[in-house]
Each structure stands twice: as structure tokens, then as C-alpha cells.
Design a protein around this ligand. Structure first.
Ligand code: PMT
Length: 400
């Protein structure tokens, strides 16, 4: 009974996935939750209030201006009653109205009036989900702290294939348990995390590096600390302040990062590799500044392979729960899945770094997280919001 005494307000909006809401109510009740259901006008076209009343054991609310309902539990009372508002399915239309701050029917009004955390389980056609307007609304909602759970990808009721399927009711129940747990999500967990670029010296004044700013990794360090983890951050050279409560170890090169990680990994429970580690370094590092010579228009630098840090962690017999990143410009899913297998990772967060305004050195990012037999898109958001979602997702898998 992981939800004993917890009060969940389940919002149901109009979409074919509304048929799963009855199952969701039953599974929430199995865990001891008290569930009250609020439906939108269009949800009633997909499933009847009577069905949800029967499974929840309470009258279903759907009218904002209903004197008899207000005489029972009024809408403000209902908004205050909830420990968590879960909207499943959340349609594109409902999310657009929420993003605009509308109070045009009972459910949208409750979302404005509730002090409880709000979480959405989007469900819609894949093209509607990928539409720029829907993505902008998701970003707005995420930036206000609204949690987005899912959607899943796969074949859809309309025959399309892609992202937009509502998460399975059991997965949603699991997330509710995590969200309402008395303990922070990563309480007592020792996290070792890499962030930023590495610099591979050519001579005392020059190096080979990349555009990683460290923003993504530092956001994860902060989010994990907020979630109760003990965080050690092995950082390449960046211009960022250390998040409060985080222990930082500064390194420059991939070899130094490798050494810093391998000497600490035995004490950690969870390892996240967010650093953009240089795959190669110059074979020779000149002891003095390399001079430009008049007779040579070309210069050849021989590179040798750096150690693969996360693969070395993945190869340990007693490895921690290991989460990698994949920075890709083409065939993102294929390359990410290959890295998941080859480096023996538990999860991998893939970003398409060819996209304008996200990835390297940007303030925003979008990820698709893969694990054995599953995946979850984390839509475009500022890196801290995204990191909080990622940490919650990692925690739900780490705790299994
Ligand atoms: O720092 P920001 O500006 O905020 O940008 C964030 C980011 C784009 C750098 C981040 O989101 C990201 O994608 N980090 C991983 C970058 C990367 O090196 O990806 P990769 O696909 O080349 O590597 C795959 C995984 O192996 C990564 O977990 C990487 O840390 C790890 N790796 C790679 C090479 C190596 N020698 N050792 C490693 O551990």
C-alpha cells in the first residue's frame, strides 16, 4: 500500500486513452490512494462518468457551475484536498488551455487553484504531439514546474507510429508512488557525475576541446542534490559556480577525468556520465609552444585514443547504476541504443545536438532516455527543468 492515505485528484481529458482511466483508478486504489475524478466536457464522449464513479467510489465532477456539486465538495475545496493532481490522459487541447492559464471549465480551474503538484500524462496523435504549438505549450508548462510523465512511443489507435501514447497505468501508479514518497527521490544515494568538456593539450598554450559548457551536467548535479543525493561532480573546465551542497573535483584532460572517476567509483551507487569527453588526444604534447615555420603550410597532429570512462565503469563487476549520455547529429536512436549495449549502461539520455537552440552550450535541451525495453521523451525545456525530470526518471528505475 505505497499510496495509503494519499489523495489523488485524477483529471481525465478527451482522448481515446480515456478508456485506460478506469484501470488507472483501480490500480491507484490498490495502492491505498483515495481517488476523486474530474472530467472535461470532451472526456465524457469517450468514457462515462458513471464508470469512473463506480471504480472510484465517489461522484465524478465535471461542471464548474453546478450548485449541487458545489454544495458537496466545492471546486476550491477539491483543489485544496489533493496531495497530487494527475491528468491522464492529457490532451493537446487541455495542455494548450493550461499553458494559456485558462479557467474555462472545472479541470482547468482546479489546476490554477491547487497548491498540489500537477503532473500530466500526455496522449495524442504523434503529429499533434510533435507540432510546434504543442511542444511550445509543453515547454511553458514544464517551466512552471508541471511534471510531464511520458508519452510513450509506439503504434497508435489511429494507425500512426510515434510518440503520443499515454504511459501504462501501472507505470503512472509507480510514478505517483515515487512522487508522493515521504523520502526525497534519491535520499542517501551517492552519485558520481561527470560534466563539461575535456581539454587535450597540444603544447603549453593550445588544446583540442569541444563546445560543452557544463550547463547540463551542473543542472543534473543541482537536481540530484535537491532530490537528496550526495553528489560528487567531476568537472572539466567550465565557467559555472558549483551548485550548493555538491562536492566538485576539477580536471582538465580525459585521462585526468578517467583517473578521478575510477578512484571514486567504488564508493558510489549511481554514476552519470554527462561530460563531453574527447575521444582522442595528441600523441605528443610539445613541452614548448609550437612555432609557426615559414616553409610548412600544413601541420599534422597524430591523435591517440583516450580511455572510455563510462565504458570502464560499465565493465566493473560491481558496477553502480550507470547512466550515459549520447550526443548525436544523425540516427540518434540507433547510435544511443548501440552505446547502451556496448558500454553496458542501465540508461542513456540521447540528445540531437544538430538542433538549433539545444544541446552544446545552449540554455535549453531535449532528451530521449532509453533503457532495456523502454524509452521516454523529455521534451525541450531549460536545462534545470529537464534535469529534474531526468533525475525523477532515473530514480524510478534505480529504485526498482
Ligand atoms: O555541457 P552542455 O553545454 O550543457 O552540453 C550538454 C551536452 C550536449 C554535452 C550533454 O547533454 C551530452 O550529450 N553529453 C555527452 C557528450 C558526449 O560525449 O557524448 P558521446 O555520445 O560522445 O559519448 C557517449 C557517452 O560516453 C557519454 O556518457 C560520455 O560522457 C561517455 N564517454 C565518451 C568518451 C569517452 N572517452 N569517455 C566517456 O566516458
Amino acid at each position: 500500500m505505497r499510496l495509503a492515505d494519499k489523495r489523488i485528484l485524477l483529471g481525465v481529458s478527451g482522448g481515446i486513452a480515456a478508456y485506460k482511466s478506469a484501470e488507472l483508478v483501480r490500480r491507484l486504489k490498490d495502492q491505498g490512494a483515495e481517488v476523486r475524478v474530474v472530467m472535461t466536457r470532451s472526456a465524457k464522449e469517450f468514457i462515462t462518468p458513471l464508470t469512473l464513479q463506480a471504480v472510484s467510489g465517489h461522484p465524478v465532477a465535471y461542471s464548474l457551475l453546478d450548485p449541487s456539486a458545489e454544495a458537496g465538495m466545492g471546486h476550491i475545496e477539491l483543489a485544496k484536498w489533493a496531495d497530487l493532481v494527475l491528468i491522464a490522459p492529457a490532451s493537446a487541447n487541455l495542455m494548450a488551455r493550461m499553458a494559456a492559464g485558462m479557467a474555462d471549465e472545472l479541470l482547468t480551474t482546479l489546476c490554477l487553484a491547487t497548491p498540489a503538484p500537477i503532473t500530466l500524462a500526455p496522449a495524442m496523435n504523434q503529429q499533434m504531439y510533435l507540432n510546434a504549438a504543442t511542444q511550445a505549450n509543453l515547454k511553458t508548462l514544464a517551466s512552471r514546474g508541471i511534471l510531464l510523465w511520458g508519452p510513450d512511443a509506439g503504434s497508435q489507435a489511429c494507425g500512426d507510429v510515434g510518440p503520443g501514447r499515454m504511459l501504462d497505468p501501472l507505470e503512472l501508479v509507480d510514478r505517483c508512488c515515487q512522487q508522493l514518497a515521504a523520502e526525497p527521490l534519491l535520499a542517501g544515494v551517492k552519485l558520481l557525475l561527470t560534466a563539461g568538456p575535456t581539454r587535450e593539450a597540444l603544447d603549453p598554450v593550445r588544446y583540442i576541446s569541444n563546445h560543452s559548457s557544463g550547463k547540463m551536467g551542473y543542472a543534473i548535479a543541482r537536481a540530484a542534490r535537491e532530490a537528496g543525493a550526495e553528489v560528487t561532480l567531476v568537472s572539466g573546465p567550465v565557467a559555472l559556480a558549483t551548485p550548493a551542497g555538491v562536492t566538485r573535483v576539477d580536471v582538465e584532460s580525459a585521462e585526468q577525468m578517467h583517473q578521478a572517476v575510477m578512484s571514486r567509483v567504488g564508493e558510489c551507487d549511481l554514476f552519470i556520465g554527462c561530460a563531453a569527453v574527447a575521444d582522442y588526444r595528441p600523441e605528443q604534447v610539445a613541452s614548448q609552444k609550437i612555432k609557426k615555420t615559414g616553409d610548412n603550410d600544413q601541420m599534422v597532429v597524430k591523435l591517440v585514443k583516450n580511455p572510455d570512462i563510462i565504458a570502464a565503469v560499465g565493465a566493473l563487476s560491481d558496477k553502480p547504476f550507470t547512466v550515459g549520455f549520447a550526443a548525436e547529429t544523425v540516427d540518434v536512436e540507433q547510435y544511443a541504443l548501440d552505446k547502451l549495449q556496448r558500454k553496458r549502461l542501465d540508461m542513456i539520455a540521447a540528445n540531437d545536438v544538430s538542433r538549433e537552440g539545444q544541446g552544446f552550450n545552449a540554455d535549453d535541451n531535449a532528451l530521449t532516455v532509453f533503457w532495456q525495453g523502454g524509452q521516454a521523451p523529455l521534451p525541450l525545456a531549460d536545462k534545470l527543468t529537464l534535469a529534474r525530470h531526468l533525475v525523477a526518471l532515473i530514480a524510478s528505475h534505480y529504485r526498482r
